[in-house]
Write a protein that binds this ligand. Structure first.
Ligand code: SF4
Ligand code: SF4
Length: 447
């Protein structure tokens, strides 16, 4: 696509990258067919190509964002399905990230919208604050009928009982069982440890059982993705993690930074790009990104021990967008589940987002619910006993639309290789009626 960025703008790294991205796009439109918002809404401006055009117009003239551009960029899930489809290698992620920050700097949203976004940014990344807010949310349900739609959506996502904080999320080292084969840092994150603390616990057991020393590094926390996707400052979160893991690299060495929330993994793998022009952090950030692995990637390199309990349940594996499109990790989780003895089903339209997308389901509830219902219907077609996914956002989103237990992949791998049976499986419920198979296209299915 031809561009007309002013030369002085191109001296700024973000604008230079955006110009490069826009120039790579050849308008072919292949991406529209796999874009969830285009599939639902049928509007060219809600397709990747249409959004690229809007972002080009805004950024090349360094114009303040207008209402139309904000509307269509806000509707983008940042699912990155378009990046998997694009034959020209357009890095839509870098462009839309820049556009979101530009919007945040130049556009004044309506008051209620501003307060909601500020609330999300000041609560979700901080586990103690988020836990307290969820407890208050139980009280808030009493008033949900008189609340605005977005606040009702937030309350609907909140669990009815809030688990206690896990002592395993505190900074410490968990020693390997038997001979040590690796020393890794586990990112314990933010929202996940509040909503489902058993996921980090299962991850630590799985890793130590497979010969890893697992470090929960002092000073680590939220990866920054939540505020990054709101267009807000996120570098301070990233710097804290980079510093924490760099200290561990220097102290005892690290073979990997392991991440079990794929939305976070995509962001941490980009730390090197984020700090490319920052002399104080460029090298450290690149080193962290280079050893960052999703738990399924890392377990694949270690090799899973044979299962020691009878599994065999039918598992519908939901491939989170951040894992399949953001990190291009597609086969590993599925192959690990098969190796653990599960009967893994392929979900139709598996390239389409479930509607979670960070805070998207809270900010765009109407589209998010349509995508969730479509995902749940596609999952039901496979007749699963269990649904597995590698991202807390997807797990929470899908669980609001089904009675079938939704677990993190590591909970199943941990159970199969010697960990406790996940509580959610104690009362397995099969879908009342498996829906008939519909014609579907899975454009990313691998053979
Ligand atoms: S990131 Fe997802 S929603 Fe956004 S344009 Fe690309 S495919 Fe569409
Ligand atoms: S598929 Fe790629 S090159 Fe084609 S319109 Fe979409 S982003 Fe542009």
């Amino acid at each position: 696509m031809k561009t007309e960025f002013a030369p002085d703008l191109l001296t700024k790294p973000d604008f230079a990258e955006s110009e490069h991205v826009v120039r790579t796009c050849v308008h072919c439109g292949f991406c529209t067919a796999t874009c969830p918002t285009y599939v639902l809404l049928g509007d060219e401006l809600d397709s990747p190509r249409g959004r690229i055009y809007l972002m080009k117009e805004m950024l090349e003239k360094n114009k303040p964002a207008d209402e139309k551009t904000v509307k269509h960029i806000d509707r983008c899930l940042s699912c990155l399905s378009c990046m998997s489809t694009c034959p020209s290698g357009v890095n839509y992620m870098h462009l839309v990230d820049h556009a979101r920050h530009h919007i945040e700097e130049t556009y004044k949203r309506p008051w209620a919208d501003r307060q909601l976004r500020r609330l999300l940014a000041t609560v979700l990344p901080y586990p103690a604050v988020f836990r307290a807010a969820l407890r208050a949310g139980s009280l808030g349900r009493l008033f949900s009928r008189v609340m605005p739609e977005q606040l009702r959506a937030i309350l609907a996502m909140a669990p009815h009982t809030v688990p206690r904080a896990s002592p395993m999320d505190k900074p410490q080292v968990f020693p390997a069982e038997g001979a040590r084969v690796a020393r890794v840092a586990l990112m314990t994150g933010c929202a996940q440890q509040v909503l489902q603390p058993q996921i980090n616990e299962a991850t630590i057991r799985l890793l130590t059982r497979h010969g890893c020393d697992v470090v929960v590094a002092k000073g680590g926390g939220c990866c920054g993705a939540l505020t990054h996707h709101l267009g807000m400052e996120f570098e301070s979160f990233a710097r804290a993690n980079i510093d924490a893991w760099t200290r561990e690299m220097q102290a005892g060495g690290l073979d990997a930074v392991v991440i079990n929330a794929s939305g976070c993994g995509t962001t941490v793998k980009e730390y090197g790009f984020t700090f490319r022009a920052d002399p104080a952090y460029a090298d450290k950030a690149a080193s962290v990104s280079a050893i960052t692995k999703d738990i399924s990637e890392f377990m694949t390199t270690l090799g899973l021990k044979p299962p020691i309990v009878e599994t065999g349940q039918r598992v519908a594996y939901h491939s989170a967008c951040s894992l399949q499109h953001g990190q291009r990790v597609r086969r590993e989780p599925r192959d690990l589940l098969v190796a653990a003895g599960f009967d893994v089903a392929d979900i139709p339209e598996s390239h389409l987002c479930c509607g979670s997308a960070g805070t998207y389901n809270l900010l765009q509830p109407e589209i998010a619910v349509q995508l969730r219902d479509r995902k749940v219907a596609n999952i039901a077609r496979t007749g699963p006993d269990i649904i597995a996914a590698g991202n807390i956002g997807c797990i929470t989103q899908i669980a609001t639309g089904t009675q079938t237990p939704v677990l993190h992949t590591v909970e199943l791998l941990d159970w199969a290789t010697g960990g406790p049976k996940p509580k959610a499986l104690e009362r397995l419920v099969r879908p009342v009626s498996a829906m008939p198979m519909a014609e579907s296209v899975d454009v990313f299915a691998e053979t």
